[in-house]
Each structure stands twice: as structure tokens, then as C-alpha cells.
Design a binder for this molecule. Structure first.
Ligand code: FAD
Ligand code: NAI
Length: 466
């Protein structure tokens, strides 16, 4: 029987980054994955394929929507969806193979099959052919991720009514698409199909998009999307959906009560959130009872069962790849007797639309609710020379700092490439930086990063370019 220091169940960003770190720390490690490929949701049906389609569709729209023509580049683009999907699949394949290589490089055993805990220190892996392997281990790390939350009354067939996985592989560019849920997936994948020609209607239960995101940013973003042609039906409750071979009929009614309405579209994407995945995991054999946030750690990734740890989407906190990755590293360091740590106050969130939305730290709503006195610095991309020259002036950057100490408490932005640039604020915050630190740091000109500097300057009221 194989003996390990660590057996990780789940090969996503939590699992594979944890396995690499465990290998580096000299722990004898196995990673168990059931889907036949490493990389989890993120590489196979999440972050990476969605970004491949976001990029390709952005290029298509730039060519077909007048942006190239405005720059003096005349082309007659034609959509080749088969090739667009093929290049996506090729990149995903290369990434998952890369992760497999990293397992070998770090001396981690990759065991294919579905893992189940079978009492303390024991994991049973069932392979595709039905055979079972028993692994004995000092530590079990649960990294089994999440799955789409179902919508009562709406059956996902992944033909006409799809979840995110189906929406990443539609066989044609729809003429019309209804997205249920104005969250991250709905707006990213809605953007993909919008750019490829679909009329997109977003149906949202709440009276706003992107709940939890700074309200000023979310409202500005909704206006930008509306300008791009998105239609929004907020405060609306979906009551059912019927699909034929060719179309879907979706019924909805106002949340506050009122007349029901029927919408028709070629496809419906349901993206109302994700929930922790623990099916068949044998949690009961070690006395773990998950709640709706998943398997809860009571102390630094330790579950209630001795020697059983949990990281990533399957436990509480934001369901983001970089959060899973950071928890994985910290968890392995703790297992190895070192000091692992994740700063949950500084986990950025990015929506990879055009323009992008990026946030880190506290929102204005958070600070008001906590009674924290704060100052605001804001800068519009309209006044940023690089954004202006590139015709990308939608959006703004907002920096929030403590009114007394000037320490940065959060930053929220909508605009070109803000997803990359928010990292600057993360680093500043990690060092306990003040808005003045960012304001007095020399930034290259002309770059869009100057908008972040100018917003930081704005906290003290000495913005130069607005
Ligand atoms: P997962 O990636 O879900 O991996 C868990 C793995 O465990 C899966 O491969 C599963 O097959 C396996 N597994 C489960 N149970 C067992 C078992 N019993 N035995 C063996 N294997 C098992 N996040 C970002 O930060 N940025 C993005 O741009 C982004 N885009 C996304 C786009 C989409 C469409 C979706 C759906 C998600 C996106 N996410 C993004 C979220 C991101 O994918 C997750 O936060 C991340 O994958 C979580 O990592 P994880 O390791 O916890 O779980
Ligand atoms: P989400 O939580 O981002 O958004 C779900 C939306 O659906 C919310 O606006 C919610 O109010 C709404 N909703 C809930 N129930 C509803 C109902 N019955 N009818 C209509 N609307 C309803 O969830 P989403 O978009 O499914 O994404 C899941 C998670 O995946 C994200 O929270 C994020 O953690 C991760 N993700 C991250 C990405 C990124 O980092 N760029 C990209 C895609 C996904």
C-alpha cells in the first residue's frame, strides 16, 4: 500500500499548486484527479478557455465593429468559430500538459481517478476501469472545487440551456442569448457571444449587477455595457424555461410582483453562482459535516478531522483561482511545519470584459457599514493620455484611503487593462502603503498605470491631469 505525507484530492489550482509546493518542501505527495486531466475547473472549463474566447472575440469585434477602421485598418473579417474553438482547446491542452509535467518535475505522483476518504489517513481512488487503489497518508487535503448552482425550474441540457461549460463550446454564434445572473460568468461569457453577434439580455434577481462589487463601479460598468448593446432585466425572477431543438422560452416576473413575461432566445446561459463540490468524497468517514459554504476549516485550513485539510472553492471565501493557489501554498507550508499565511484583506477580483473591472480591499459600502472614516481619490480614463490615444476612455480608477493615516483600504476600477494594474495597489497594500506612497512613486509615461497614480494623488487633492 502506497504511503504518503500528503494526498491531495482534486487537481485544480488549489490541488496542483499545493502539490508543487509540497514537492518542493520534500513531502511525499500524491494528487488525485477524476476528470482525466489536471488543471481543474480553471484550466479546463473556467479561467483559461473563457479568457481564450474573450481575447479572440475582442479581436473579432475590433476588426468587425469599426475599431480597426477608425485606426485606418480596413479588413473584411469572417468568423471561423471552428478555428476559434480549436485554438482555445489547443491552449488548454498545452496548459494541462504543462501542469502534468510540473507534477513529474516536483516528484508528485499523479493518480487518475475519483478519490474518496475512507476513514483517517486513507484515500481510495477509483479509476475509470473500476479498479481501486488505496493510499495511506499522514495528511489529506480536500481541494475538490465547486460546481454550478442549479436554478430550480430550469433544467440544464447543455444544448439550448447551458451552464458556463456549455457556453464555452456553443456549436454556433447565437443570434440571441439570455444570461441568467449578472455576475462574473454572465458578463464575461455574455460579452464573448455579444461580440460574435448575439443580442444579449441579462436577467438578474437583484436590482443591480455584480453584487458585492463597489456600487459606483458596478453602476458605471452597467452603463458601459448598455452602451455596448447589452440589455438588462434587473429585479426579475425566472420562473421556468422550455427548450425546443431551436429555441428556448424563458418565463420571468418582477421580484416585487407584477405581470409575468416570456422571453425567447436561441440559447440561455444560467450563471447564478457556484457551490462547493463534495459528492462521493466520504466526508462522513472522518466525521466532517459540510455546510452550504462547503467544508469549513476551523483553524488555518484544518478541518474538524485531525490530519484533514481543506483549500480552494470547496471551502469558504471567494471562489477564485488565485485564492485557491495562495491557500494551497500556505496549507503545505503549515503541513511542513512552517508558517503559511494568506492575507484575505488583499485578494483582488477581476472581470475580464472590455473594459475590465478590477477591485481589491474594502468597498465604500464596506467602509460606511464599518463606520471607518475614509478619503476618496478618483481619476477618469478620459483624462489619461494613453487611454485617449488608444480610444479606450471608458471608466475610472478610485482609491480609498484611511482619513487619518492615509493607509490604502481599497481600490476599484473599470477601464482598459485595470486587471493587470490592480496588482500595483495589492503590493502597496501588502506593505501597509499609504495613498501618498503610490502618488509619489514615479510611473512610466504614457501608460494607463498613471490613472492609478493620479487617483492616489486625488486622495490628497493634488491630481495633476484631470
Ligand atoms: P477546481 O478548479 O474546481 O478543481 C477541483 C478539481 O477536483 C476538479 O478538477 C475536479 O474534477 C476534482 N475533483 C473533485 N472531486 C474529486 C474527487 N473526489 N476525486 C478526484 N478529483 C476530484 N477564477 C479566477 O481567479 N479567474 C478567472 O478568470 C476565472 N474564470 C472562471 C471562469 C469560469 C467559466 C468559471 C466556471 C470559473 C472561473 N474562475 C476564475 C474560478 C476558478 O475556476 C476557481 O476558483 C478555481 O478553479 C478553484 O480552484 P480549486 O482547485 O479550488 O477547484
Ligand atoms: P456570481 O456569484 O458572480 O453571480 C451570480 C449572479 O446571479 C449574482 O448577480 C446573483 O445575484 C444572481 N442570481 C442568483 N440567483 C439568481 C436567480 N435565481 N435569478 C437571477 N439571478 C440570480 O456567480 P457566477 O457568475 O455564476 O460565477 C461563479 C463564480 O465563479 C464567481 O463568483 C467567481 O468566484 C468565479 N468566476 C470568476 C471569474 C473571474 O475571476 N474573472 C470569472 C468567472 C467565474
Amino acid at each position: 500500500m502506497a504511503q504518503y505525507d500528503v494526498v491531495i484530492i482534486g487537481g485544480g489550482p488549489g490541488g496542483y499548486n499545493g502539490a508543487i509546493r509540497a514537492g518542493q518542501l520534500g513531502l511525499k505527495t500524491a494528487i488525485v484527479e477524476g476528470r482525466g486531466k489536471l488543471g481543474g475547473t480553471c484550466l479546463n472549463v473556467g479561467c483559461m478557455p473563457s479568457k481564450a474566447l474573450l481575447h479572440a472575440s475582442e479581436m473579432f469585434e475590433a476588426a468587425s465593429g469599426g475599431e480597426f477602421a477608425k485606426l485606418g485598418i480596413e479588413v473584411k473579417p469572417k468568423l471561423n468559430l471552428v478555428q476559434m474553438m480549436a485554438q482555445k482547446a489547443e491552449s488548454v491542452e498545452a496548459l494541462t500538459k504543462g501542469v502534468e509535467f510540473l507534477m513529474k518535475k516536483n516528484k508528485v505522483d499523479y493518480i487518475k481517478g475519483w478519490g474518496r476518504i475512507d476513514g483517517p489517513g486513507k484515500v481510495v481512488v477509483k479509476a475509470e476501469d473500476g479498479s481501486e487503489t488505496v493510499l495511506e497518508t499522514k495528511n489529506i487535503v480536500i481541494a475538490t472545487g465547486s460546481e454550478p448552482t442549479p436554478l430550480p425550474g430550469v433544467t440544464i441540457d447543455n444544448k439550448r440551456i447551458v451552464d458556463s461549460t456549455g457556453a464555452l463550446s456553443l456549436p454556433e454564434a447565437p443570434k440571441s442569448l439570455i444570461v441568467v445572473g449578472a455576475g462574473v460568468i454572465g458578463l464575461e461569457l455574455g460579452s464573448v457571444w455579444k461580440r460574435l453577434g448575439a443580442e444579449v439580455t441579462v436577467v438578474e434577481f437583484l436590482d443591480r449587477i455584480l453584487p458585492g462589487t463597489d456600487t459606483e463601479v458596478a453602476n458605471a460598468f452597467q452603463k458601459i455595457l448598455t452602451k455596448q448593446g447589452f440589455k438588462f432585466k434587473l429585479a426579475s425572477k425566472v420562473t421556468g424555461a422550455t427548450a425546443t431543438d431551436k429555441q428556448v422560452q424563458l418565463t420571468l416576473e418582477p421580484v416585487a410582483g407584477g405581470d409575468a413575461e416570456t422571453l425567447q432566445a436561441d440559447y440561455v446561459l444560467v450563471a447564478i453562482g457556484r457551490r462547493p463540490f463534495t459528492q462521493g468524497l466520504g466526508l462522513e468517514t472522518v466525521g466532517i459535516v459540510p455546510d452550504k459554504r462547503g467544508v469549513i476549516a476551523n483553524d488555518h485550513y484544518k478541518t474538524t478531522a485531525p490530519g484533514v485539510w481543506v483549500i480552494g472553492d470547496v471551502t469558504s471565501g471567494p471562489m477564485l483561482a488565485h485564492k485557491a493557489e495562495d491557500e494551497a501554498v500556505a496549507c503545505m507550508e503549515l503541513i511542513a511545519g512552517k508558517a503559511g499565511h494568506v492575507n484575505y484583506d488583499i485578494i483582488p477580483g477581476v472581470i475580464y470584459t472590455k473594459p475590465e473591472v478590477a477591485t481589491v480591499g474594502k468597498t465604500e459600502e464596506d467602509l460606511k457599514a464599518a463606520g471607518v472614516a475614509y478619503k476618496v481619490g478618483k481619476f477618469p480614463f478620459l483624462a489619461n493620455s494613453r487611454a485617449k490615444i488608444n480610444h479606450e476612455t471608458d471608466g475610472f480608477v478610485k482609491v480609498l484611503a484611511d482619513a487619518k493615516t492615509d493607509r490604502i483600504l481599497g481600490a476599484h476600477a473599470v477601464g482598459p487593462n485595470v486587471g493587470d494594474m490592480i496588482a500595483e495597489i495589492c503590493v502597496a497594500m501588502e506593505f501597509g502603503g499609504a495613498s501618498e506612497d503610490v502618488a509619489r512613486t514615479c510611473h512610466p509615461h504614457p501608460t494607463r498605470s498613471e490613472a492609478f497614480r493620479q487617483a492616489a494623488m486625488g486622495v490628497e487633492g493634488w491630481t495633476m491631469q484631470a
